[in-house]
Design a protein around this ligand. Structure first.
Ligand SMILES: O=c1ccn([C@H]2C[C@H](O)[C@@H](COP(=O)(O)OP(=O)(O)OP(=O)(O)O)O2)c(=O)[nH]1
Ligand SMILES: [Mg+2]
Length: 148
């Protein structure tokens, strides 16, 4: 099923490319940096990079902002809050929180592909508070209790 997402290019970003799939079956739409001029990320530094657009998606969707593996592998550039969450009711500019975990300064140019955006459906959930939970074999075991 095709989900239609409204996208609105924000003023001053007429030249910034909209999110694009780089191959037919790519899961993510690459996001482009809407920085007015090149931005340098020093080692260890984080910066919020605008993507130049806002969206209105159907209520059952969310969008996740994920790192690009090439930037992570080659330069140590990743999303600090990975995966970033774009709520269906968010109408602000989509932004990417990048951090440089590499050893060298990294320059982000306008229109450079900095991250990717993957849409997911979010199940409708409501909590039902109870006094006791059902029993399971796992029980309360976790955090490695099944071994290495
Ligand atoms: O990588 C991201 C993460 C979030 N957002 C925007 C869209 C999202 O809907 C909103 C809030 O994000 P989140 O819920 O992760 O942040 P919060 O710290 O809980 O802020 P809020 O109190 O606004 O929900 O910020 C982005 O543009 N990029
Ligand atoms: Mg929130």
């Amino acid at each position: 099923m095709l989900h239609y997402v409204q996208i609105h290019r924000l003023p001053g970003n007429e030249d910034v490319k909209l999110p694009v799939k780089m191959s037919e079956l790519a899961a993510g739409f690459d996001l482009h940096a809407a920085v007015p001029e090149p931005v340098v990320l020093q080692p260890g530094e984080r910066k919020l990079i605008p993507a130049g657009f806002a969206m209105a998606m159907p209520a059952e969707l969310e969008a996740q902002i994920r790192p690009r593996s090439g930037l992570a592998f080659k330069h140590g550039i990743t999303c600090l809050n990975s995966p970033g969450t774009i709520d269906a009711d968010y109408r602000g500019e989509v932004k990417v929180l990048l951090i440089n975990l590499g050893q060298e300064p990294f320059t982000i140019e306008r229109n450079e592909r900095i991250a990717q955006m993957v849409f997911q459906t979010v199940p409708a959930v409501a909590f039902a508070e109870v006094e006791e939970l059902s029993e399971t074999v796992r029980g309360t075991g976790g955090f490695g209790h099944t071994g290495k």
